[in-house]
Design a protein around this ligand. Structure first.
Ligand SMILES: Nc1ncnc2c1ncn2[C@@H]1O[C@H](COP(=O)(O)OP(=O)(O)O)[C@@H](O)[C@H]1O
Ligand SMILES: [Mg+2]
Length: 335
């Protein structure tokens, strides 16, 4: 079976400088992919590119092909014009924006905001059907339909985020991209929203791209993970493979900085140094200035290579049989 989504060499530039520097990945029907990486590495830009919704000044190129079930022909998002995208957005692929739960229209009932999305994208739906669908959608995301009569400020943060997910599902897309959907929530609501996404994926056969700077969040919800650094994917693989056998030093450092349940209290050590500006990345491997294992070889850009079936890393020294012990303060980082 062909994949639902194929992204090939996606690039985004701002004034000739790369923000996303050639990203490729695919997603099967019903599969969930987690996109991880520190703030500023290009996750949101990648998400917006999939919908062709980049802000003015950012230019995208590269192949994006979507094959929703039931459509004869694949949708070539990469080549679609703005007019052509209007029938694709929300209908076939939708996005739960980063921080969007705070951008619901404050003066409109939840019901009417959902109705607007349905009417905008599907012509000739009767009022009765719209009401039924709104009630269904609210139930699906774990809200009682009566909440539809409320204004956004009358809902909790967790409830508002559920409304955002209902909006993303309103036109029954096959792909939902959720950009940091739990970051603004407390721990209990975070867990509930993640469970909701997981359940929707199973019940609706949805494919999901979940974006988070928190690898722990992705581990719980996703089948596969793509780790992004400075506008590129440095490692992809199943959650199990990446967590048990990371093959890029950046992934390894991210995993080491995850808090361990039942482990010592206190903050986990951050990765020393700062992530580079994707528009002005260091020569060679972008991670080399922060990498404790880097050598002169890293001044040449490493190619992404498959280390095991479906497990790909862009590091000259992978496969890493084991990770050399580091002296706690002896990192080879020059500040
Ligand atoms: N509208 C824009 N104009 C110029 N640069 C931008 C714009 N949006 C994002 N960037 C730059 O692109 C990079 C990636 O940003 P973003 O995709 O938001 O990262 P992430 O979501 O991983 O935190 C950042 O360095 C940011 O400064
Ligand atoms: Mg972001």
């Amino acid at each position: 079976m062909k994949n639902l989504l194929e992204v090939e060499d996606l690039r985004v530039e701002y004034r000739g400088r790369p923000i996303v520097g050639g990203v490729s990945f695919s997603l099967g029907k019903g599969e969930s992919l987690g996109l991880a990486g520190e703030s500023g590495c290009g996750k949101t830009t990648t998400a917006l590119s999939l919908m062709k919704m980049l802000p003015d000044g950012l230019k995208q190129s590269g192949g994006i092909t979507l094959r929703p079930e039931g459509l004869e022909e694949a949708i070539n998002i990469g080549k679609r014009t703005e007019a052509g995208m209007q029938v694709v957005r929300w209908r076939h692929v939708s996005l739960v924006f980063q921080g969007a739960m705070n951008s619901l229209d404050p003066v409109k009932h939840i019901d009417s905001q959902i109705a607007e999305v349905i009417r905008l994208h599907e012509k000739g739906v009767s009022s009765g059907e719209v009401s039924d669908r709104i009630a269904d959608l609210l139930t699906t995301v774990g809200l009682t339909p009566a909440l539809g009569k409320r204004y956004p400020h009358q809902l909790s943060g967790g409830q508002r985020q559920r409304v955002m997910i209902a909006l993303a599902l309103a036109c029954r897309p096959s792909l939902v991209v959720a950009d940091e959907p739990t970051t603004a929530l407390d721990v209990v609501n975070q867990a509930q929203v993640l469970e909701l996404l997981e359940r929707l994926r199973e019940e609706l056969g949805l494919s999901l791209i979940l974006i988070s700077h928190d690898l722990g969040v992705l581990a719980e919800t996703c089948d596969r993970i793509a780790v992004m650094y400075a506008g590129r994917i440095v490692e992809t693989g199943t959650v199990e493979a990446v967590f048990s056998n990371p093959q890029h030093p950046y992934t390894k450092r991210l995993l080491d900085s995850l808090p361990v349940i039942g482990g010592e209290r206190g903050l986990a050590p951050p990765i020393p140094g700062a992530p580079p500006d994707p528009g002005n990345p260091p020569k060679g491997c972008s991670f080399h200035p922060r990498c404790p294992y880097s050598t002169d070889r890293c001044l040449i850009e490493p190619e992404a290579r498959e280390i095991a079936a479906g497990h790909v890393a862009a590091c000259h020294f992978s496969p890493w049989a084991s990770w050399p012990e580091l002296e706690s303060s002896g990192l080879a980082v020059e500040s």
